[in-house]
Design a protein around this ligand. Structure first.
Ligand code: ADP
Length: 159
């Protein structure tokens, strides 16, 4: 049983994240998408809101579960017997940070490997911060996020 963790902020989850998840769910037996409680970042959505929106967005992916965690990702992965951390790569600009993160995690626990996945080209530019920016200017986010996210954000957070 190969378990993979997909950690991140997911503030909010986007079609880019979802595409990475779909790909991961075809490779691994179980994927846990894990929302990090980030002490340094004031979130746009609460962790509970993010988890609820993810739950609604992963209904078609039976081997994907959602959870939240505090502390080190690698400790969370060990606790759940995961062998793999999933991260997504969009552009070269992601590479340096992601490389550093994966090497730090590997130094903390060598048996847990980071696997990088990419999305379809049409989702490549999407980031949670772009979604927040479009929304704050009353733009249409429907093509970039799952339906549940679009409905919730347009009703609750739209201008
Ligand atoms: P964090 O806040 O930890 O940087 P995010 O919640 O923004 O993370 O995203 C989690 C992971 O998904 C990161 O590895 C990020 O690079 C990746 N990711 C986000 N959006 C995309 C996308 N459109 N295509 C590919 N990877 C993505």
């Amino acid at each position: 049983m190969k378990i993979a963790i997909y950690p991140g902020s997911f503030d909010p989850i986007t079609n880019g994240h979802l595409d990475i998840l779909k790909n991961a769910s075809e490779i691994f037996d179980e994927v846990i998408i894990a929302v990090a409680h980030n002490i340094n970042k004031n979130g746009f959505l609460t962790v509970e809101e993010r988890v609820n929106l993810i739950k609604k967005s992963i209904k078609d992916l039976p081997n994907v579960k959602v959870d939240s965690f505090s502390g080190l990702t690698i400790e969370y992965a060990k606790k759940h017997n995961a062998e793999v951390l999933i991260r997504g790569l969009r552009a070269v600009s992601d590479f340096e940070y992601e490389m550093q993160l994966s090497q730090a995690n590997s130094a903390l626990c060598a048996s847990i490997k980071t696997v990088f996945l990419t999305t379809k080209p049409e989702y490549n530019f999407i980031s949670s911060s772009t979604i927040r920016e479009i929304l704050s200017n009353n733009g249409d986010i429907s093509k970039f996020v799952p339906d549940a996210v679009n409905e919730y954000l347009t009703a609750e957070k739209g201008v």
